[in-house]
Design a protein around this ligand. Sequence first.
Ligand code: GSY
Length: 175
Amino acid sequence: MENTAFIALGSNIGNRYDNMVNAINKLIQNPSIQLVNFSSIYETDPVGYEDQDLFLNMVIMVKTSLKAIELLDICLKIEIELGRKREIVWGPRTIDLDILTYNQENIVSEKLNVPHPRMLERAFVMIPLLEIDPNLCIPEVEKPLNILLNELPDKEGVRIWKRKNGEDVFVPIGS
Ligand code: GSY
């Protein structure tokens, strides 16, 4: 498994936790994908289209022998299997699987842009990503990612999410 990819997961419809776990299980059922690391789960205020439910977000790191475009096809298939319908562009979703990085490659095509073009602007991506790889370098980004994260305005909209005795518990970042 010679390639490393970071994948962001998000869900704000139905059982958000189950949706993310099911997506990860489906990914790793593929013999060409190995889960290497995963972040905490965060509950996050919706960004973009704000009139929708809170998201759960996390980031995973995988090793894979697949090409980036093959990995994308698997992610899209899993989104469909888990019931994602693309109705509103920035709207609610059962599960979203976004490839953030694939090795140190720059990929620009109709289907796939890697590094993900909006990842650096999204605290709900950057916080879980830096949790699992604080020293990650992104092609053509010279500023350290922790400095870019510190400059983001919406960090307080991202809280660690846990369940304790069957109830949701929220932990503000940095506490
Ligand atoms: O691109 C991911 C989908 N999405 C999200 C998300 O996953 N989390 C939050 N907090 N806001 C979002 N807006 C969109 S679109």
